[in-house]
Structure formats: structure tokens, C-alpha cells
Design a protein around this ligand. Structure first.
Ligand SMILES: N[C@@H](CC(=O)c1ccccc1NC=O)C(=O)O
Length: 293
């Protein structure tokens, strides 16, 4: 690698290091604080609500999900599936129920899905797992009024892949009414040469077939009735913000029902942590989407 290539790689790695763009704390501290926030939020949700933990959705060890139930659960409830982030290599469903409380208070069922992060899982497997988890939820809760998805960071990527699924290979076709894509990555090619890909070991072929940016025509076929919110944080890196803007533009150009939300005073982590708060902008937007459709 010559000096110029080294500089390009360093800059790319900085752009794809969300913690280095927070205005709140140093990089290491913001990650520690994020893990603490989602853990404590999940513990709180579990102490306040009835849960069904480790419900299998497939044969694999990692193919389990957690259900957070409202106190009074009628048959025609709305249900939100949350797909956690962590660069496809950190976090799990076990600390991903933190956003359940404000939703449950409004009678919404919340499901946090688990998937096999790298190095155990690879990109094709993770995408297949989240797709199968959605199918399993639809089969289990066939009576629900509306199905919504929410994903953060790598989880927003996986959520976009769910929306871009050719369901003819599956036993049901989920009708997804709305999706929240929060600080996601939709084109995987730029991360190939970075540290992010070290445990993932994606080839170019794998990155292309798992890039939602390349699957907009399939999303249009499968999810034309889905209301989509693409959200990015004011203090996400320029490259993360570009990913959201370009995906939003591509969906809009395809005629989809999509909005772009630029969340002020938020960074890559606080944009999702704040979903514990019923007064937070994105919490209210999610509840409004659920209430109106
Ligand atoms: N190297 C990454 C690490 C990262 O993204 C991350 C680490 C732990 C838990 C979650 C993470 N990211 C997104 O949810 C960063 O700089 O933020």
C-alpha cells in the first residue's frame, strides 16, 4: 500500500467508526455507555412487562427471539420487530428490548430477534435468519393488526434486506406496514477494505448480493405498501449520512412511500438509545406511524 492508499484506507475506517463522531464522549466511552444504556433499558423492560424469552424461530442455537407483551393484549394488536445493530459482530437480542416500554404502554407487542453475529455467522446466514424470524412471527401472530420493523445500524441493513425479500421461497408473505431504518448501511461495498469486514470476511460477490441499494427493484415488488422512514443522526459520519440519503433517494425515485429524518443533536448511538423515552422524536414518530396505518 502506498501513502495515498493508506490515507484513503485510514479515512474510510474513520468514516465507518461511528464512535469517533460522537460529540458527547470519547470513542471508547461512547461504546461503553451504549452497551450500558441498552442493557439497563432491556433489564427495565423485562422488569416492567410480561416476556417470552428465547422463543425459537429456527433450528439453530442463535435462532431465538424475545417477546415483550403489553399488559392487556387483545387479538388485533400491532407488533414491532426490532433488529439490533453492532456491525454484524457485537450485541445480541439479550440487550435489545430497551425500546419496549413506550410501545408496550400503548398496547404494542415488541419482538427482539437474535441472529448469529460474526465470526459464528456470516452475512448470508444473518440475512436468512432475520427473514425467517419475520416469517415465524407472522405465523405465530397471524391475528395481528399490523407488522412493523425497526433496525439500528447493521440492524437497519438487515431490516432493509427483509423488505427486499422474494417471499416466494417462504411459506408466507409477511405484510409489513412500516419500517424504521435508523443510521443504517445500505451499500456494503465501501466497508469491504475496512476493519469492519475482518470478522465478516465478505467477498465482493457477497457484499453485492446483500446490499439493499442493489435490491430496490425487489423491495418495490415485495414492500410497495410499506411506509419507510430512513433516519440518520446529525452527528453520524458524513459517509453514514450519505448512505442514508442515497438509499432514501433511490427508494423515493422508485415511487416508494419513504421519508428521510435528520435527527438533530443525536449521534450514531443516542439516536437509538433515546427510544426508551416516550417523548423522544423517533418514539413519537413510530407510534404515530403505527396509530395512523
Ligand atoms: N468500531 C465501531 C464499534 C461499533 O460500531 C459498535 C460497538 C459495540 C456495540 C455497537 C456498535 N455499533 C453499533 O451499534 C465504532 O467505532 O463505533
Amino acid at each position: 500500500m502506498n501513502d495515498e492508499e493508506k490515507m484513503k484506507k485510514d479515512e474510510l475506517e474513520k468514516q465507518y467508526s461511528p464512535s469517533r463522531w460522537s460529540h458527547r464522549m470519547a470513542a471508547d466511552d461512547v461504546i461503553k455507555a451504549h452497551v450500558k444504556a441498552v442493557k439497563e433499558g432491556t433489564e427495565r423492560a423485562r422488569s416492567l412487562t410480561q416476556t417470552l424469552l428465547d422463543v425459537p424461530y429456527g433450528e439453530g442455537d442463535g435462532e431465538k427471539l424475545d417477546v415483550y407483551l403489553p399488559r392487556t393484549s387483545s387479538l388485533d394488536v400491532n407488533l414491532v420487530i426490532y433488529i439490533h445493530g453492532g456491525y454484524w459482530q457485537f450485541l445480541s437480542k439479550d440487550e435489545s428490548g430497551f425500546m419496549a416500554v413506550p410501545l408496550i404502554d400503548k398496547g404494542v407487542v415488541v419482538v427482539a430477534v437474535g441472529y448469529d453475529i460474526a465470526p459464528k455467522g456470516n452475512m448470508d446466514l444473518m440475512v436468512s435468519q432475520v427473514r425467517r424470524s419475520v416469517v415465524s412471527v407472522v405465523q405465530q401472530y397471524s391475528h395481528i393488526k399490523g407488522l412493523y420493523l425497526c433496525g439500528h445500524s447493521a440492524g437497519a441493513h438487515l431490516t432493509a434486506m427483509v423488505l427486499s425479500t422474494d417471499w416466494s421461497q417462504y411459506s408466507v408473505t409477511p405484510q409489513i406496514k412500516g419500517a424504521f431504518l435508523v443510521s443504517g448501511i445500505y451499500d456494503l461495498l465501501p466497508i469491504l477494505p475496512t476493519y469492519v469486514n475482518e470478522p465478516l470476511k465478505m467477498t465482493e460477490e457477497v457484499a453485492i448480493r446483500n446490499s439493499p441499494s442493489k435490491l430496490v427493484p425487489q423491495l418495490k415488488l415485495s414492500s410497495s405498501g410499506c411506509q419507510i422512514v430512513v433516519a440518520a443522526a446529525e452527528n453520524d459520519s458524513p459517509e453514514f449520512r450519505r448512505q442514508s440519503e442515497e438509499y432514501y433517494e433511490a427508494l423515493k425515485a422508485a415511487g416508494l412511500n419513504v421519508t428521510l429524518e435528520d435527527v438533530a443533536n443525536a449521534d450514531h448511538f443516542s439516536i437509538i438509545e433515546q427510544l426508551v423515552d416516550e417523548e423522544y422524536f423517533l418514539t413519537k414518530l413510530l407510534l404515530k406511524m403505527i396509530g395512523n396505518s
